[in-house]
Design a protein around this ligand. Structure first.
Ligand SMILES: NC(=O)c1ccc[n+]([C@@H]2O[C@H](COP(=O)([O-])OP(=O)(O)OC[C@H]3O[C@@H](n4cnc5c(N)ncnc54)[C@H](O)[C@@H]3O)[C@@H](O)[C@H]2O)c1
Length: 254
């Protein structure tokens, strides 16, 4: 029996078969979960990708900046499952003006987009799905270590620092309802979101040189496994935590 047997999991953030969310959804199904996906924008593409899962999964439209989508999400999820045991937040976006070394000149409208989509959305998604998490559950978000400043990551780094803090506050406010909130801080992975960050490939060389376990930027499995682990019952007393799936990079000094 898989570690997610009988669990109902909502997975956001599938865009391509390289998306971290796609591998989380695949692994969750392999571990016994029933999966519902949400997609943003290019829904027909997401629907096509959803058919490549071991069990084709339904896709619901969700733009986290659209309050109507958020307000109707619980009812739309209920058309497929009668509740949820887990929710995966794999959503990030920053306009190009907020990335790639333009930090000092980025305007608030671009910063606010990055923060709304990449940071505030964790709280928005938690609130939108709370009516379905009646028996507690696990919310897991995807993070990139925000304890230091990276070249080119700029306002996305600020957004991730906010995400880290947001997950701790959610852990505080949702703990009494039995809902755990944790993040997986992955090393650099070659996804569409990553390709949108100018100079992202430089992270790969940095990781190659420093991660004691080594790092493969085209292998999504370690980040997906950590996410599925946190969705399972095997971390019952863990919340407000950041689990690093980064080859050990974060723990090394040089
Ligand atoms: N790729 C990496 O190196 C890496 C490393 C650590 C963390 N992460 C994080 O993992 C998460 C998933 O990214 P990915 O790398 O799989 O790339 P991806 O491009 O496959 O996924 C990003 C997702 O965000 C969604 N999205 C963007 N704007 C949205 C909106 N307004 N509403 C709803 N969804 C929206 C996109 O549709 C897409 O599905 C992101 O939070 C990213 O920051 C990525």
């Amino acid at each position: 029996m898989g570690i997610l047997a009988g669990k109902r999991i909502l997975v956001t953030g599938v865009l391509t078969s390289d998306s971290i969310a796609f591998h989380v959804a695949r692994l969750a199904q392999e571990e016994g979960a029933e999966v519902v996906l949400t997609g943003f924008g290019r829904l027909s593409l997401v629907e096509r990708i959803a058919k490549r899962l071991p069990t084709p999964a339904p896709v619901l439209e969700l733009d986290v900046t659209d309050q109507g989508h958020l307000d109707s999400l619980a009812d739309r999820v209920r058309e497929h499952v009668d509740g949820l045991d887990g929710v995966v937040h794999a959503i990030g976006f920053a306009p190009i003006e907020a990335l790639g070394g333009n930090f000092l000149n980025t305007e608030w409208k671009d910063v606010s987009t990055a923060l709304q989509v990449s940071t505030y959305s964790l709280k928005a998604l938690a609130m939108a799905t709370m009516p379905l998490l009646h028996d507690g559950g696990s919310i897991v978000g995807l993070d990139f270590d925000a304890t230091v400043a990276w070249s080119s990551y700029d306002w996305m780094g600020v957004a991730k620092a906010g995400l880290e803090s947001c997950s701790r506050y959610l852990a505080r406010h949702l703990g009494p309802k039995g809902i755990r909130v944790n993040l997986v801080a992955a090393g650099p992975l070659r996804t569409i979101a990553a390709k949108g960050i100018p100079g992202f490939e430089e992270f790969e060389a940095t990781w190659d040189a420093k991660a004691p376990l080594g790092w493969k930027a085209d292998d999504i499995e370690p980040a997906a496994r950590a996410t599925v682990g946190l969705l399972s019952d095997w971390f019952p007393a863990t919340t407000g935590e950041i689990v690093h799936a980064d080859g050990g990079f974060h723990a090394m000094g040089d």
